[in-house]
Design a protein around this ligand. Structure first.
Ligand code: S3P
Length: 456
């Protein structure tokens, strides 16, 4: 597949092999991607200087930083993960002089559509081949109801042009799918509307937008009613700059934690992991599989719960994940599937429809990842079945990552457990969310367990 973004160069094949001993040590993982995008965006809408520490400096978030600059905010990097955003106030963004390229990031593209919809400016958004294949209608439709006008490619794909509304009307919207990105796009547009925007989500999704809006001084009410979770936001607030401390990303922590569960003799801690209850479905699920997983040092930092997670390798049993849990672990199924392939019994993951519109079709890509390495899987509708045999499958496969960072990392985690090494065709996209992934695994292994794949 071609690589067509300026900053992601050539494909980078990698492979992993079973280390001679267990994984051990205490580590921090990259900052939370969802919170990092929002910190930059809300900083751009706030009055004053927002200081961010622990910002994820992955490709996706750097795209958002560049877009906020293009929309008139001052965005400065002071040091590693330490950034300052001087905002323009709600309604104060300016027309960008060029196309906004969101790279691989669906979150950046969809949330920025929300920002643009409430400003009377014209902008064009594009992305890489993966992002240009992903559905944008899910935001274009509700945002059009605010008065914004969108023109895109067939099927609502990027590139698309936005003309934001001069006088956005508040909206009352029920989410047709469990998507924090769509919810957040609507709330961001609602910031610029005169009056109260109301969003109903039948299934609760991550609430970082609501939390951060409050942190910046907006009036946000959340009620749980018969129809689901109801969020009300009073429009045109004055957002005031406020410091943001970004916790470690639980979706990134998932990779070294699952690796340590699968590599015999491991005991490993990931420190300072975000434990927002709308993000922790994987940890619940791993415990149901019999994982030795404990959480210590629980505390609140920057308005989000965080803690240190320790795991110890051991036998896992199959698990049945209900559809209601999917939103709280929507990004974690590929790596959970790697664990299920090593567990005893048939695991069932139900209601994975939303995984089909991620960076790749993750239902198909996860099944292919496992099959290439000797595991048996089946798909029925939106359910994925993984047939574990109580130990790792053979490995030895070459996994096609489809420009998807989480498919790449999941394959490499599996290869730490399988008798034969596992290779991936392109690991470059890991840098979208978890720069330093391979280095962390290699430090934990005390050897180069993840390394460049020799040409075949
Ligand atoms: C995200 C929400 C999720 C998730 C994505 C980040 C966010 O997408 O998959 O990685 O930051 O809001 P959906 O809410 O669209 O499922």
């Amino acid at each position: 597949m071609g690589h067509d973004t300026a900053s992601i160069p050539s494909p980078r094949p990698l492979r992993s092999h079973r280390p001679s001993g267990g994984l051990s040590g205490r580590f921090a993982v990259a900052g939370d991607k969802s919170i990092s995008h929002r910190a930059l965006m809300f900083g751009a809408l706030a009055v004053g200087r927002t200081e961010i520490t622990g910002l994820l400096e992955g490709e996706d978030v750097l795209r958002t930083a560049a877009a906020m600059r293009a929309l008139g905010a001052t965005v400065e990097r002071l040091g590693e993960g330490h950034w300052i955003v001087a905002g323009r106030g709600v309604g104060g963004l300016v027309e960008p002089a060029d196309v906004l390229d969101m790279g691989n990031s669906g979150t950046a593209a969809r949330l920025i559509c929300g920002l643009l919809a409430g400003h009377p400016i014209f902008a064009v958004l594009t992305g890489d081949a993966s992002l240009r294949s992903r559905p944008m209608k899910r935001v274009m439709e509700p945002l059009a109801a605010f008065g914004a006008r969108f023109t895109g490619r067939a099927g609502g794909r990027l590139p698309l042009a936005v003309e934001g509304a001069a006088e956005p009307m508040p909206l009352d919207y029920t989410l047709p799918m469990a998507s924090a990105q769509v919810k957040s796009a609507v709330l961001l547009a609602g910031l610029c509307a005169r009056g109260t925007t109301r969003v109903v989500e039948p299934h609760a999704t991550r609430d970082h937008t609501e939390n951060m809006l409050r942190h910046f001084g907006a009036s946000v009410r959340v009620m749980v009613e018969g129809e689901g979770r109801v969020i009300e936001l009073d429009g045109q607030p004055e957002l005031t700059a406020a410091p943001i401390v970004v916790p470690g990303d639980p979706s990134s922590a998932a990779f070294p934690l699952v690796a340590a569960l699968l590599v015999p003799g491991s005991e490993l801690t990931v420190e300072n992991v975000g434990l927002n209850p709308l993000r922790t479905g994987l940890f619940t699920t791993l415990r149901e599989m019999g994982a030795h997983l404990s959480i210590g040092g629980e505390r609140i930092e920057g308005g989000e719960p965080v803690g240190d997670i320790t795991v110890r390798a051991g036998a896992l049993r199959a698990v049945d994940v209900p559809p209601s849990r999917v939103p709280s672990m929507v990004d974690e199924f590929p790596v959970l599937a790697a664990a299920a392939a090593c567990a005893a019994g048939v695991s069932r993951f139900r209601g994975l429809g939303e995984l089909r519109v991620k960076e790749s079709d993750r239902v198909a890509a996860t099944a292919a990842l496992l099959e290439a390495n000797g595991a048996t899987v089946s798909i029925e509708g939106d359910d994925l079945f993984v047939h574990g045999v109580g130990g790792p499958p053979a490995g030895g496969g070459m996994v096609v990552t489809h420009m998807d960072h989480r498919i790449a990392m999941s394959a490499l985690v599996l290869g730490l457990a399988t008798p034969q090494p596992v290779a991936v065709d392109d690991a470059s996209f890991i840098d979208t969310s978890f720069p330093g992934f391979a280095a962390l695994i290699n430090r934990a292994a005390g050897e180069e367990a993840v390394r460049d794949e020799a040409p075949r």
